[in-house]
Design a protein around this ligand. Structure first.
Ligand code: PMP
Length: 293
């Protein structure tokens, strides 16, 4: 059986879930979105994802036609309607239907779409052996032009980087900011470990403030692992002891090779292993219940 999609207040079968060709999300990438996970009947960090969605919408002057509380209920309802316990939830708010011009004032009705689907993740082997990635030439958007902390529907910057990764035959690309510091990946944040200290680029270098990134920083602090939000260069990345990526879909993925350089001992490091374990434990044990117990 197909999926039920939440589309502007109604649930419709996926093949009937359609938007207008005049929708500015489609025409211009004008809108915002979130990717959220549910584990074992609970939605992980739902509040945090909704906060980021509403903050992103505010940054692009998009008024979401539901309150945060209503949106939360709709997310849970979509999961119930599709009888899902473990899922990936895609929440999209587009500027809505307008004319062929750019002007958002011509789009009076933003569209809200919620898709809840079974999760498809990287193959298990990557979590055991580590991933190979490359640094690509496409620089992350500069914050003064389009701030990467806004999770907008306009992902062409990231897609161009992904195309470079594809052409090199690796699953992810590391993007630098315009000054040449390591920023983030196309859909994940990045961490390195050097001499026992966990280091991740600060938000001001021009990255999305990942929810998983925040969780990992918090878990490291709990484990008394020193954490610093600090810029680092490709050379410092190559010379790091451990490296991993974080994201809602990917969780924590170890990286063992960057641009052909072996990271650390070329296997999953101790800090990475510990955080992967702690993260799984947390994600499987807390969250907003989908079904009343
Ligand atoms: N950076 C980018 C560009 C992303 O798109 C994402 C996730 N979609 C992330 C980082 C990771 O964020 P989160 O942990 O909130 O999923």
């Amino acid at each position: 059986m197909g999926l039920w999609i939440y589309l502007n207040g109604r649930y419709v079968p996926e093949e009937e879930a359609r938007i207008s060709v005049f929708d500015h999300g489609f025409l211009y990438g004008d809108g915002v979105f979130e990717g959220i996970r549910a584990y074992r009947g609970r939605v992980f960090k739902l509040e945090e994802h909704l906060q980021r969605l509403y903050a992103s919408a505010k940054a692009i002057a998009l008024k979401i036609p539901l309150s945060k509380e209503e949106m939360k209920e709709k997310v849970l309802e979509t999961l119930r309607k599709n009888r899902l316990k473990d899922a990936y939830i895609r929440l999209v708010v587009s500027r809505g239907k307008g004319d062929l011009g750019l002007d958002p004032l011509k789009c009076p009705h933003p569209e809200v779409i919620i898709i809840a689907h079974r999760i498809s993740i990287y193959p298990e082997e990557l979590y055991q052996k580590g991933m190979e990635v490359v640094i690509v030439s496409t620089r992350r958007n500069i914050p003064s032009a389009l701030d990467p902390s806004i999770k907008s529907l306009n992902y062409l910057n990231n897609i161009l980087a992904k195309i470079e990764a594809n052409s090199k035959g690796v699953p992810e690309a590391i993007m630098l900011n315009n000054d040449g510091y390591v920023a983030e990946c196309t859909g994940d944040n990045i961490f390195i470990v050097k001499d026992g200290t966990l280091i991740t680029p600060p938000v001001w270098v021009g990255i999305l403030r990942g929810i998983t990134r925040d969780v990992v920083i918090h878990l490291a602090q709990e484990e008394k692992i020193p954490v610093r939000e600090e810029v680092f260069t490709p050379a410092e990345l190559y010379a790091s002891d451990e490296c991993f990526l974080t994201g809602t879909a990917a969780e924590i993925v170890p990286v063992t090779r960057v641009d052909g350089r072996v990271i650390g001992k070329g296997e999953i490091g101790e800090v990475t292993k510990k955080l992967m374990g702690k993260f799984r434990q947390l994600a499987h044990s807390e969250g907003t219940p989908i079904y009343e117990s």
